[in-house]
Design a protein around this ligand. Structure first.
Ligand code: NDP
Ligand code: HSE
Length: 436
């Protein structure tokens, strides 16, 4: 059979990995796909770099639209990133009747509904395995392997950069900025690394997972997002003492009145497998009603791990290219006319447990006033530690772990407690998940 011709847009970290894997494993991939998959055109802003990488084995262009419009290109692989030109290129590729493979979670989380509708209309595939969890085949697992289940919740470490930073801070005592610079040098971070450290990248990925799990449209704008930039060594240390690890988790859960969609630092019991996922590794727990909890683990970022997912999509698209469009796996796991309107819950309506750390004056009656406020707002304390103050010091840290409580009640309690004259400064609040 004639080889399928691929146009590669962007030959940076993931693009160069994709090129390498396709070259190295060409024979194995051909045996799997049923025909050869060849990148025949590459577009990159830096044509010199691109020429050096492809070494005469593909045509290099500076204009990505020329690749998208080339008549003999059957699949366009978008690895430029962002929501600017990448969006125009993907929509143009679809309009030209080309299949698309992308790793661009930002693009899908923000414009996925439009992109999938256009692809559906045109009868082309948009494959995006690399957009979540790097090399972990989590999209395929959700769309196909778990298709029998009613998904109850997903909780995952889905940003390699922030997990790498947390591990380096905890294990080596490295400063935040040093760990971030190392992650950037290894090619893990986004072009704008605030996306990684402020939870935005994880929220993009969670938006995609939530849509796949619950059959809802992409709703990135409704995701609650909190990053790791304000975490302190002190909280990491207190969490350890209490038997927890702090991880940046993306959590989406089917609750009674809607769907939770939230990214934030989370205390996870140290004995859970996911609490021990370190460095750039990602892990995603999916709880299905039939299968129970399942976990997917692997490298969440980096050139070749991500390329593994991009190339798997290329194989999938190649295999399905001749299939009737109506019988392909739906983009968002559920048939397009079966998406549900279940609302995303505002963060105030979320119910979970909390770690609250406050600095107070070491005087009689302080604790009684705090616990009174918590009780009035139906927040029950699960555990409490008062850290012994250094000699001569009148200020102490109190750390409380609560039972399940409604977030808006915790907000109200924090506001009242912070107004007490014996409470100094702001309360640090970190959510806790038992992940059972
Ligand atoms: P890079 O910045 O390393 O690569 C992007 C490439 O695209 C660069 O070579 C860049 O050139 C080129 N480029 C930029 N604008 C254009 C344009 N208009 N036309 C042609 N080429 C252009 O990014 P990554 O490879 O890291 O990321 C690519 C995508 O994969 C992103 O969506 C990212 O979120 C996603 N992703 C990345 C992972 C990772 O581990 N890095 C993991 C999973 C997903 P120049 O450098 O000259 O600007
Ligand atoms: N910047 C992302 C991360 C790349 O660190 O997880 C993988 O999507």
């Amino acid at each position: 059979m004639r080889p399928i011709h691929v146009g590669l847009l962007g030959i940076g970290t993931v693009g160069s990995g994709t090129w390498d894997v396709l070259q190295r494993n060409a024979r194995e991939i051909r045996r799997r796909a049923g025909r050869a998959i060849r990148i025949t055109q590459v577009a990159d802003k830096d044509q010199k770099k691109a020429r050096r990488l492809v070494d005469g084995k593909a045509q290099v262009l500076g204009n990505a639209f020329a690749v998208v419009r080339a008549p003999d290109i059957g699949i366009v692989v978008e690895l430029i990133g962002g929501t600017g030109i990448a969006k125009d290129l993907v929509l143009e590729a679809i309009a030209q009747g080309k299949h698309v493979v992308t790793a661009n979670k930002a693009l899908l989380a923000k414009h996925g509904n439009r992109i999938f509708a256009a692809a559906q209309k045109k009868g082309v595939m948009v494959a995006f395995e690399a957009s979540v969890g790097g090399g972990i085949p989590i999209i395929k697992a959700l769309r196909e392997g778990l298709a029998a289940n009613r998904i109850e919740w997903i909780a995952g470490i889905i940003n390699g950069t922030s997990n790498f930073i947390l591990s380096e801070m905890r294990d080596k005592g490295l400063a935040f900025a040093t760990a971030l610079a190392d992650a950037q040098a290894r090619g893990y971070a986004e072009t704008d690394p605030t996306f990684d450290i402020e939870g935005v990248d994880a929220a993009h990925k969670l938006t995609i997972l939530s849509a796949l799990a619950f059959g809802i449209p992409m709703q990135f704008s409704k995701a609650y997002t909190e990053g790791i930039s304000r975490l302190t060594q002190q909280d990491i240390g207190y969490a350890e003492e209490l038997g927890y690890r702090i991880k940046l988790l993306g959590i989406t859960r089917r609750a009674q009145r809607g769907i939770e969609l939230r990214v934030h630092p989370t205390l996870v019991p140290a004995r859970r497998l996911i609490a021990n996922v370190e460095g750039v590794m990602n892990a995603i727990l999916v709880k299905g009603d039939a299968v129970g909890a399942t976990m997917y683990y692997g490298a969440g970022a980096g050139s070749q791990p991500t390329a593994s997912a991009v190339v798997a999509d290329l194989v999938d698209v190649t295999r399905l290219i001749t299939a009737d469009p109506g019988h392909r796996v739906p983009h968002l796991a559920f048939q397009p006319d079966q998406l549900s309107a279940t609302p995303i819950l505002p963060i105030g309506e979320v119910q979970t447990s909390y770690y609250l750390r406050m600095r107070v004056l070491d005087k009689p009656g302080v604790l009684a006033r705090i616990t009174r406020i918590l009780a009035d707002l139906r927040i029950s304390i699960d555990a409490m530690v008062q850290k012994e103050p250094p000699a001569g010091e009148k200020r102490v840290d109190i750390v409380m772990l609560t039972h399940l409580a409604l977030e808006k009640n915790v907000d109200a309690a924090m506001r009242r407690i912070e107004q007490l004259p014996t409470v100094l400064g702001r309360i640090t609040r970190i959510r806790i998940e038992a992940l059972l």
